[in-house]
Design a protein around this ligand. Sequence first.
Ligand code: HH2
Length: 290
Amino acid sequence: MSARATIDEILTSHHSGRAVMMGILNITPDSFSDGGEFFDPPAARARALRMLEEGADVIDIGAESTRPGSAGVGPGDQIHRLRDVLPAVAETGAPVSIDTTSAEVAAFALEAGAAIINDVSAGRDDPRILSLAAERKSQLVLMHMLGRPRTMQDNPHYDDVVAEVREFLAGRIEAAEEAGVERGRIIVDPGIGFGKRLEHNLALLAGGVGAMLELGRPVLVGPSRKRFIGELTGPEGASRRLGGTLAACLVARRRGASIFRVHDVGPVVEALKVFDAIEGSPAVGGHTAD
Ligand code: HH2
């Protein structure tokens, strides 16, 4: 991938075919795969710079873990965690996204240089986040989640997961537009691992991405190192899920996802480069093995 994507290139990536890399920076003591590692500002900044070198277009900073079973961190504590780290990352010139469901935290982050609000509750936790995004003309990621992080993995059920997630996101786009957010600033995300069993995650990565694209907005996916990969590859820890993460990103890419929220930026960039080169080769669609 060449130069870092601009905000406009991110917002039109579903049309242009550009792959956008969102590198994960969790400044939390308890995130499921990297909790505690980047809690202090110098370590967090170094991690962000490393991901940018590897090809990240955006750094997604989260100060609250949303892993299954987690209880939540108040806005004051999130802001305290972000105070030194966020300006240091924004100074690098890379677009910063703030992973929060709190309007207070989002307002602080936008003031400190963030350009994107990544709300895993899609504006349901704190509806003021929608009017904030509208007023500040920030970009807004709306993600599907069934239930709340504390309980979302307690026996999730869908009759038709793809249709229900699509319906939910269509409704949240409408709510955001009613609050004044321009449709052109919205990104949608099926919420891999958020109130989903293995078969739900697989369905969303297979047919789901195409169904989400019908909403007319870029599709972001976040399968990185998640539990459903471990369910397929074995019980090793989250940092041993790179192969599965690559497979999930490539499948989602094939279906039209254009924004990838990942921990392992370098390997995903490399995999997508090779994948896109093969898919773009004139022989694709020509000869087959049989
Ligand atoms: N996944 C996580 C957090 N934020 N945001 C979007 N848009 N999509 C996702 O799939 C997504 C997200 C969970 O992963 P992680 O940040 O690595 O862990 P934790 O929530 O434990 O900090």
